[in-house]
Design a protein around this ligand. Structure first.
Ligand SMILES: [Zn+2]
Ligand SMILES: [Zn+2]
Length: 246
């Protein structure tokens, strides 16, 4: 099975789930990435070098890594190995900065620590070094974005097909961040036209639900029953604007 065919299978499966289908596939892909890392790649040199460039993962994915390892293996050994190495990196940078500051002080210059660091990082072979700052973004975020791009590309192609359009219409569609991504990927084919028209229809329904929910909070209308769709409207509108809650 090619990568494209596999993605089509993931999309068909995601269309049956609740929430944005791209968020759903990205979430699954992140889980697979972290599981694979913990299973096979904790001691892989290239992987560790990439992780060190971003000083570990972002807040969300660092906690996800730890929670996943504790849930599955009880003992967070892989997380400890990865982050112990990163601690060495941070300690080394701080010590080098302190040495630079001490050298400046001996010369009688009383500079702020960060000014010393700035001088220190001007040394040619250290020029690329960032002081306590990641030089790359979180690898998991980066990988998730690559997945979203690929899914966006494939879904636009699939949405040219009437059967997929029917399936898509019954799903929760895509969130705004992933709609924006699709728009950057799209040519003017039938897939993108369907996606835009369908999104506008969904947003009108959502707008109506929000409006009705608000209206029924007034004591004049207190006897009118709030529908399930109206009750979930606030949650759905947030999910549309920022994507699914991870
Ligand atoms: Zn999304
Ligand atoms: Zn991340």
């Amino acid at each position: 099975m090619t990568q494209m065919e596999l993605t089509e299978v993931f999309i068909r499966e995601a269309l049956r789930q609740t929430g944005c289908l791209v968020c759903h596939i990205c979430r699954e892909s992140v889980s697979r990435y972290l599981r694979f890392l913990l299973h096979e790649h904790v001691n892989d040199v290239t992987t560790r070098l990439r992780i060190s460039l971003s000083l570990g993962f972002c807040r969300q994915h660092s906690w996800q890594l730890l929670n996943m390892e504790e849930d599955h293996w009880i003992i967070p050994l892989g997380t400890s190995i990865i982050y112990e190495d990163l601690l060495n990196q941070v300690i080394h940078q701080i010590q080098a900065a302190l040495s630079a500051m001490s050298a400046q002080n001996k010369q009688g210059d009383r500079l702020r620590l960060l000014d010393c660091v700035r001088r220190w990082t001007q040394i040619p072979d250290e020029r690329e070094q960032h002081f306590l700052e990641p030089s790359r973004t979180c690898r998991v975020c980066e990988s998730s974005y690559e997945t979203a791009q690929h899914v966006g590309y494939v879904i636009l192609r699939m949405l040219g097909d009437a059967d997929i359009q029917k399936m898509y219409s019954k799903s929760d569609g895509v969130c705004l961040p992933h709609l924006r991504l699709c728009l950057t990927l799209a040519d003017t084919g039938p897939g993108i036209l369907f996606l835009i028209n369908n999104t506008v229809e969904r947003l009108r329904v959502l707008q109506h639900d929000l409006n009705e929910f608000k209206r029924k909070q007034h004591w004049h209308h207190r006897d009118e029953e709030t529908t399930e769709s109206e009750k979930t409207a606030a949650r759905r509108v947030i999910a549309f604007f920022v994507g699914e809650n991870e």
